[in-house]
Write a protein that binds this ligand. Sequence first.
Ligand code: ATP
Ligand code: MG
Length: 437
Amino acid sequence: MRLSAYFLPTLKDTPTEAQILSHRLMLRAGMIRQTSAGIYAWLPLGHRVLRKIEQIVRSEQDAAGAVELLMPTVQSAELWRASGRYEDYGKEMLRIRDRHDREMLYGPTAEEVITDIVKGTLKSYRDLPRTLYNIQWKFRDEIRPRFGVMRGREFLMKDAYSFDLDFAGAKRAYQKMFLAYLRTFARMGIRAIPMKADSGPIGGDMSHEFIILADTGESAVFCDRRWVEWDVLASAPAYDQDLEPFFADATGIYAATEEKHNPDTCPLPAEQLVTARGIEVGHIFYFGTKYSKPLGAVVAGPDGNPVTLEMGSYGIGVSRLVAAVIEASHDDAGIIWPESVAPFKVGLINLKSGDAACDKVCADLYDVLRTAQVEVLYDDREERPGVKFADMDLIGLPWQLVVGPRGLKAGTVELKNRATGERLELSQDSALERLTS
Ligand code: ATP
Ligand code: MG
């Protein structure tokens, strides 16, 4: 992509309305634009990151055996009356009336819809287990939308729902998602710690929030120091293996949200306890027959008798993750994208646009990179080098390839690693080799 033909409204000044760093950086880097309170348009650069994150989430859901579908954003109130949640959900639900005066709503979550879809389609125990997911916009009329896309009103969520015959099956589905979540977040370069969370009236230990530690987090969290150092995935099994030992190990290491943590019963010695703030990026939840029972979702069991489906639901805040990754990876100059979610891999900087030699070399490098399927943003604008460097640091692409008249005379270009700051003077060929290998 040539920057001269792109849409990247970067800001020099720090927007005063933004209270946390990721929000400021997303506005300054031209990633999002607020259109109403808590509602954002994703500008091209932000949109690319959102799609990258979505794709990682999708591929790990698929690997764990979940099956993708797409449910509508607008739902009927009727289903929510049947589950008993229509009145309970309160003011966070955006209620809508259609032209026939029918009550509709913009879905804040989709347990009712998915249960209604599988009802009568999953007919027998032989149709189980099944986990279905979608990646769809949700709306929650948050009392205090803030921190940009971190707590928006409209946000993109991956929500999966598992259906099983019995508790043992539901537990296995839960453990698969538990592992899939660890893999998902690790691929984005962030450490999300599964923390015991409030599991409501059902109780048990089958509710975990996945939380990344960050000073700007909205909730207080408590965990064993080992979580901060431990590479939990080093010993992770494959999905078709017995997941119980891994799950027992991982959940045996203390980590709890504020609601669950009790200083009086916490098993950790003080020096082993990390007290921090955290951002919730995912939440997994077992809830038995809470929705399947009122909605009548049953299958025929092995003996022919009807069995009410055992369910769990599993959310990931896809749009929140864009901000969370930034909170975890930045410096004074701007964002530092992990390569897996970067909007482009390389920023090609022409220090002297209009100079025949620089233009020619840049055009060649740009072509070679694109042919090799390397995502490259070419800053071909007629701007001062200082502006180009500052913008490129701000938007945080992993690599900067810098072409200027002085280097060209010596036969070199400069390759800068955004994360480490390391700069190398290289021939064009060896720079290209590093970027395409
Ligand atoms: P929170 O405690 O932050 O309000 P929640 O418990 O209501 O979140 P869930 O219902 O578990 O959220 O939703 C699944 C995921 O969706 C959350 O883990 C979070 O990452 C994301 N999410 C929830 N609410 C928002 C929001 N207002 N803006 C952006 N992402 C959100
Ligand atoms: Mg939650």
